[in-house]
Design a protein around this ligand. Sequence first.
Ligand code: NIG
Ligand code: FE
Length: 412
Amino acid sequence: MAILKNIGFLATCRDKGGQGEIHPIKNAAVVWEDDTISWVGSESDLPSKYKNEKAFDADGKIVIPGLIDSHTHLAFGGWRPDEFAMRVQGKSYLEIAKSGGGILSTVKETRRASEDELYEKASGFLKEMAKLGVTTVECKSGYGLSVEDELKTLRVYQRLDEDQPMQIVPTFLGAHTIPPEYKENRERYIELVIKEMIPAVAEQKLAEFCDIFAEESAFSIEESRRILLAAKGEGLIPKVHADQLTSCGGAELAAEVGAVSADHLEKISNEGIKAMAKAGVVGVTLPLASLYTQEKSLNCRRLVDGGVEVAVATDFNPGSAPSFDLPLAMMLSCNQGRLSPAEALKGATIYAAKTINRDEKLGSIEKGKSADFAIIDAPNPNFWMYHYKGAQCLGSFKKGRKLLKGFEQIHR
Ligand code: NIG
Ligand code: FE
């Protein structure tokens, strides 16, 4: 058993209420046994039976649920810094993709990389992400685009989940783009995804979700529907990269197929918002991708006001979002996406947990949930997002175990 005391501002982030209701408790304490929270409340109400237990000191700071990055493309070969230089000088993401760069150049490098190389590289990213207060990461395949290379990527995620303390939630994204060898025959690639990749992924239990890039330049709505329904038939839960570059009905499709989330959404239509609200699809904003592609960020207020819950994630990948800084994405979701800091925090905790079907166990600080916390060097969420300074996480716990330094034990 362990106790965290002297919490100046505990953002419990319980689901109840709207996007901005983080249900704070001032001068709080949290108790956990093994990996599960057993008591949460004001420190002055701490039951006397806990008084002599091992205690950690939060030094009067904010404590939040461990952050959840609910959208990343974590394992990839190579990098694409030259595209970044071209984009900032005016070439568009689509122009670069059409001239042979973009996703396909990362596909080449990812195919070339061994499973162990991908594992080592991704493992390094996770160590860095932990320093930001992140404790759970959704990870997509989608740079392999052959049966073998997609399975290779997903095996990397399976091994990472077993070997290191950050929790990994895997998503199959075989329909990221059409690989070069199927350029003249996209129908055959779609059949490969449906008839070989999805059954193999499901059979080997290598992913829980199936995502798709629904976009004029990638997969049409009709193709996306076929693939997502086939995945659903094999027990994978649909997700959609929707309406990022064009308003093509991705959000509506997510609602229709019962997707757990629709992500990006910069070009979402009003009909799309209505459909998502009705079907209970969480919208995921990825402001780092907008920033890096010089596109206008999603105005999250449209979604929140339309009754859609909004999660905030990084979209970490070597092209459109080469940063895994989730607090930075949260800050941008405030400054450019018009969320309040409390709304952004709910978006990176309990609503993020919903997009990976983990809201029973993760995303809030409540009795019965996983003991995942981060301590942030600020007095409250407004101050944290306002005086954004990068390394603000002072320590963290995952499943009740110290993941980062900080939270010094109180010696009595
Ligand atoms: O989520 N939109 C499609 N896929 C990625 C970009 C991948 C890349 O550029 O390598 C995204 O933004
Ligand atoms: Fe993405």
